[in-house]
Design a binder for this molecule. Structure first.
Ligand code: GRF
Length: 221
């Protein structure tokens, strides 16, 4: 019998760009000794800057260029095949800027996790920071959630909140939100890696030990 305490959950991370969330996850996984391993980073475009960083860490890194596929379904089928080669326990969308087909989402149901830069259910979709400024909300943030076929929707694992400050631009607000993304996302994925996350019958998340699941931004000292 293998010692279950030695079993590491296999994580595949999907990115589309710089990959700062991916880096935060990889570093937290290593530094905090999670019972997990990031076994691959896969990008939706070959020029995603995060790929070079992942390769430099010795992580298998590859890209599928969505423009080379005739349809969304064809791209998603190829992506699912590439992911399955790594036999992941969880597939982590870390700034993966593609709408996924229901077929893809259902294939990875219960194993697919996303971070979205707003306090869902407010502001699904793109340009969330501009949307927040346009509506005048005083609180904004990020959400880590299981993925369902509905865009930017699904059982919430963790959230991070930040104030909207006078004079904010979409960029200044995005930078503040990113700081809490880099705290909320590693915490949530760590709970998954530790096998502490379950879904309740009414489609909500339960985390064993009941940790604080709201991460609050505060100005650097
Ligand atoms: C993050 O704000 C993420 O929430 C959003 O896109 C951004 C990606 O940043 N979906 P990075 O690639 O993780 O640096």
């Amino acid at each position: 019998m293998p010692d279950s305490s030695l079993i590491k959950r296999r994580l595949v991370i999907l990115i589309s760009g710089r990959g700062s969330n991916m880096q935060a996850l990889v570093q937290a996984c290593r530094d905090q000794g999670w019972p997990a391993e990031v076994v691959a980073v896969i990008a939706s475009r070959p020029d995603a800057a995060g790929l070079d960083w992942a390769r430099a860490q010795g992580i298998a890194a590859s890209a599928l260029h969505h423009k080379e596929y005739a349809s969304r379904e064809a791209f998603d089928a190829a992506l699912a095949e590439e992911i399955d080669r790594h036999a992941p326990d969880y597939v982590i969308l870390a700034g993966f800027m593609r709408v996924l087909t229901p077929g893809f989402v259902n294939h990875f149901a219960g194993r697919l996790v996303n971070i979205h830069p707003s306090l869902l259910p407010a502001f699904p979709g793109l340009h969330t920071h501009a949307q927040a400024l346009a509506t005048g909300v005083r609180v904004h943030g990020c959400t880590v959630h299981f993925v369902t076929p509905v865009l930017d929707h699904g059982p919430i694992i963790a959230q991070g909140c930040v104030p909207v400050l006078a004079g904010d631009t979409p960029d200044s607000l995005a930078n503040r939100v990113l700081e809490v993304e880099h705290r909320a996302f590693p915490a949530a994925v760590r709970w998954l890696a530790e096998g502490r996350v379950t879904l309740t019958p009414d489609h909500r998340v339960d985390v064993q030990g009941d940790p604080e699941r709201l991460f609050t931004w505060s100005p650097a000292a």
